[in-house]
Structure formats: C-alpha cells, structure tokens
Design a protein around this ligand. Structure first.
Ligand code: SAM
Ligand code: SF4
Ligand code: SF4
Length: 374
C-alpha cells in the first residue's frame, strides 16, 4: 500500500487538501481517538434542507429564500454514502443514523436505506440503522422505510399543544400530522420509537408534563433535550436552557421515577423508569452535564465532510477521495488518521469555563446543526 495517505482538510469556505506521508491504518475495528474513544456511531446528513424552521435550529430570518443551500451536485450520492458507511463499519462503526436537515426530504431515501441495510460488520452482524425525522412525512413513508430495512425512528416533537407546536416549527405545521406519523411508524414496526423534545424555558416547558402523560404506557421513549448552543444563528442564551434536573423534578412530582442503567456505552441519554411500570423517559443534558468522555460519534455532512464534534467549526473533506481514485485502503487510512487525531470535547471544556460562558468573539464560526445533523 502507498505510504502517502491523503488527509484532506477543509475549512468551511476555504478548501484545501494536503497529501501527508503517513502510513496505513489497518481496519481492525479497534480504532481509538486521542482520548481512547472508539468510532462506533456514525450520523449521516442526507440533506441540508428542511420544511420546518425551528428557531433553535434553522431560524427563519437566516434560512430564508436567499440562503445558499448546497447544489445537488455537491451532495454525496447514495453509492458514495454506502461506500463510506461500509468503510466506517470496518473501523468499528455499528450504528448509523440518517439525519439532516429533514432526511425524508431526500428523494428516494428508501434506496439508500436498502443499500445500507446490506452492510455487515466484520463479525457478520447487520448495522443498527435508524433515522431522525421531524415526522412531517412519516405517515406517507413509514411502511416503505421499514420495507427498505430501517430498524427504528426517532421523531422530534416539541409539544402537544397545537399552537405551541406550530410556533416551534415556525411554518404552522399541525401537531396532529406528526402524531399520525408516529402512529404509522408504530404500525410499520419501526420501534421502539424515541421522541426528542427540545425544551426551551419560557417557550415550551409547559409541555413537559402533557408530553410525559401522553407517551406513558405506550412503549414510546420520550427524551428531553437541553437547548444547545450549536451553530451560530439561533441566538442561544443560557437562561432559555431548562436543566434536565428540573425536567426530571417536574415529572417526578407527578410520577415516581427510578434511575436506569445506560443501555449502551456512549449513550447520550440518562434514563429513568416510571416506578409503576409505565415505561421510561430519558434526558440529554448536553449543556449542564457534558458526556464527551464517552462520545463515540462521528458526523458526515451532506457533501462528505467528516466532523468529529457537533460544535466543530471545521470538517475533513472526504469527497475528493471518493471522486478521485482513492482505494478503499486509502480512504480507510484517512478516516483512521482523522479519528486517531481527535481530541474534541467541547461540552466538557465549556462546563469547565462555566456553562453560561459566551463564545469568545474571535471564535471561528461553528457549523450549523442542519448541515451536519443532530
Ligand atoms: N429534521 C430532523 C429532526 O428534526 O428530527 C433531523 C435533524 S435535527 C437537526 C436533529 C435533532 O437535533 C432534532 O431532534 C432537533 O430537535 C435537535 N436540535 C436541533 N437544534 C437543536 C438545539 N439548538 N439544541 C438541541 N437540540 C437541537
Ligand atoms: Fe428542521 Fe429538524 Fe432543524 Fe427543526 S430541528 S429546523 S425539523 S432540521
Ligand atoms: Fe461529543 Fe462534541 Fe458533544 Fe462532546 S461536545 S459529546 S465531543 S459531540
């Protein structure tokens, strides 16, 4: 094998690729980063577009008709995505989550799922294949997604009150249609279904208890996410973050809760069971309790940039390798070197500075969540 492995590095808006004389990184499935973390989880964004304008993610005044979305030619094809997914699997990836933007807006997404569902880990197991969606197209697509080989879905839902929900998505989308999508996913066998609720204090925190009551005893796992300072456009303020401890206290005041063990290493949610057997909830405390030490997630943007952290301002461009004539081993080695160099732990460092520390004015612009996916 050539000792000249191409390590592509791209800064947003300023692409450069460098050929670095580094050796091969064999695919042992045991790849570790600088902090000893494996690469078990890959999130793939399949579009940077969305039909919602959640203010915490794609605020309307920024993501308007003048916004520069990626042209179709810049998107990775399904074949390119599948090739990368197969190579990641050889480095130890077991779980792939499709995301966006809104992944169900990507035309023929079922065909991509069919291809990904064929991949086997080195020990012959299929991937854990999931998708995060706003649910708006789920009623129409759930059965086809299941037939294509998708295992599960996570649906984002920020409240049950129609007026609150329409205001949160900011395109006046009715909550009933998302609930119908969740029903369809359940009927299609895309479970256990998870629901993600981003809690913004003063905007939808009054929905915490109605959501808990609604999803108890249904088998659906409701997870509350702290509003995060991702990207550079959502005008994040610490006083709008509702700490997970407050969410748990509110629910525990009505229903007794008991802590549960993490179901897998690197799991982002802390889990709680209803003491009466009514199921479980989870809280994702990205702001108040960093979980970087177990973070085994890589993120692949719609155009093939590999991001090592949700809060990164720079990705590593894999597209030139895919569209050049790099061999599988060269791409494996590049991914290997990139991961071996990873030391990202943004949330931990922010917690050390103090959680409400504003981003320094001279910080590079961070990537948007709708670009790399949640
Ligand atoms: N459009 C799909 C959806 O909403 O489920 C997938 C992409 S979305 C970027 C993935 C997840 O990120 C969603 O659950 C969303 O609620 C979450 N998210 C987006 N911006 C966030 C923020 N500022 N803080 C916390 N979670 C956020
Ligand atoms: Fe769209 Fe999901 Fe972002 Fe909301 S959170 S704007 S649904 S990508
Ligand atoms: Fe992982 Fe970065 Fe989030 Fe830490 S801040 S858990 S390293 S994505």
């Amino acid at each position: 094998m050539s000792p000249h492995v191409i390590i592509p590095v791209t800064e947003i808006g300023r692409a450069r690729s460098v050929a670095t004389p580094l050796g091969d990184v064999p695919a042992t499935g045991l790849l570790r980063d600088q902090l000893g973390r494996p690469l078990t989880d890959l999130r793939i964004s399949v579009t940077d577009r969305c039909n919602f304008r959640c203010s915490y993610c794609m605020p309307k005044d920024v993501f308007n008709k003048d916004y520069d979305y990626l042209p179709h030619s810049a998107l990775l094809s399904f074949e390119e995505i599948t090739r990368l997914a197969r190579l990641f699997t050889q480095h130890g990836t077991r779980k792939i989550r499709l995301t966006g933007g809104e992944p169900l807006l990507r035309k023929n997404i079922e065909l991509l799922i069919e291809q990904l569902a064929q991949i086997r880990t080195p020990d012959g197991a299929p991937l854990d294949l999931t998708l995060t969606t706003n649910g708006s197209l789920l009623k129409r697509k759930a059965a086809a997604l299941k037939a294509a080989g998708l295992n599960r879905v996570t649906v984002s839902l920020d409240g049950l009150d129609d007026a609150v929900f329409r205001a949160m998505n900011d395109v006046d989308f009715p909550v009933a249609d998302v609930l119908a999508g969740i029903e369809a996913a359940h009927a299609a066998g895309l479970g256990p279904i998870k629901i993600n609720m981003v809690v913004k204090r003063g905007t939808n925190d009054q929905e915490i208890l109605p959501m808990a009551r609604h999803f108890r005893n249904t088998g659906v796992v409701l997870r509350f996410i702290e509003y995060m300072d991702v990207g550079a456009t959502n005008g994040w303020r610490m006083d709008e973050v509702m700490p997970s401890s407050d969410v748990v206290a509110r629910i525990a005041a009505e229903f007794a809760l008991a802590p549960l063990q993490a179901s897998a290493p690197g799991e982002t949610a802390q889990r709680w069971a209803y003491a009466d057997g009514g199921g479980e909830i989870g809280v994702i405390s990205s702001v108040t309790q960093a979980f970087c030490q177990d973070c085994s997630r890589a993120r692949l943007s719609t155009e093939g940039q590999l991001y090592l952290c949700l809060f990164a301002h720079r990705g590593h461009d894999l597209k030139p390798l895919l569209r050049g004539n790099a061999s599988d081993q060269q791409i494996l080695s590049s991914i290997g070197h990139i991961w071996q160099g990873r030391a990202d732990r943004y949330s931990e460092l922010r917690a050390l500075r103090g959680p409400d520390t504003a981003l320094p004015a001279d910080s590079p612009r961070r990537v948007e969540m709708s670009y790399i996916g949640g």
